[in-house]
Design a protein around this ligand. Structure first.
Ligand code: E4P
Length: 217
């Protein structure tokens, strides 16, 4: 399983990219709004940092296929690495069909059932994004959904990649990897927690103390 970072905060994207742990970025309208910056300006900056798929979503106020197709073409024109993120609706599927026929990569977002993922794949989606954390929030097993989609895609030999989204903690990451997600898109805070372990810190301290006791600073 590969990692994308799920944020529009460029400082966090730089930090994760410098560690070599991510190969792409996902954003959404809430994450862009959180930064309070112009969409095109942020996205261009992100493309200059990460050399991999960057998902930029159509405007939250655009709900018709025609509008999503127009915006999708504009997003794709920003940089060759751009992926157009489109919500899982009937209009969204129409937009995915047109954009994918033009060779534009798409990421169908807000997936909450395996059937939605299958439909998105059949419409031509490059990626599907099942939101596991939001399912867990309503007492439904999000990881089980990832597993079902992975099994379904394997049975039908579907090449659409599964991005486990709405990842909330390190255990989600392990579970998604085992469930067969191709990618997990992870907030910076979760990546940080994955790096840390108290025994690693204690080990570093002990090595330092033992070394200094014999060789000095
Ligand atoms: C994914 O593409 C979404 O941007 C994101 O994972 C949503 O996560 P949330 O449910 O924590 O907002």
């Amino acid at each position: 399983m590969k990692f994308f970072i799920d944020t529009a905060k460029v400082e966090d994207i730089k930090k994760a990219n410098d560690m070599g742990i991510i190969c792409g970025v996902t954003t959404n309208p809430s994450l862009i709004a959180k930064e309070g910056r112009d969409f095109n300006e942020v996205i261009k900056e992100i493309t200059s940092i990460v050399d991999g798929p960057i998902s930029g979503e159509v405007k939250a106020t655009t709900t018709d296929a025609e509008g999503m197709i127009k915006e999708g073409r504009e997003i794709a024109a920003i940089h060759p690495n751009m992926v157009v993120k489109i919500p899982m609706t009937a209009e969204g599927l129409k937009a995915v069909k047109v954009l994918s026929a033009e060779g534009i990569k798409t990421n169908v977002t807000l997936i909450f059932t395996a059937n939605q993922a299958l439909l998105a794949a059949r419409a031509g989606a490059t990626y599907v994004s099942p939101f596991l954390g939001r399912l867990d929030d309503i007492s439904t097993d999000g990881v089980e959904l990832i597993e079902t989609i992975a099994d379904m895609f394997a049975v039908a030999d579907i090449s659409t990649e599964i991005i486990a989204a709405s990842v909330r903690h390190p255990i989600h990451v392990t579970q998604c990897a085992l469930a067969g997600a191709d990618i997990a898109t992870v907030p910076y805070g979760v990546l940080e927690k994955m790096i840390q372990h108290p025994l690693t810190d204690a080990g570093i301290e002990k090595f330092k103390k033992d070394y200094i006791a014999v060789f000095g600073e």
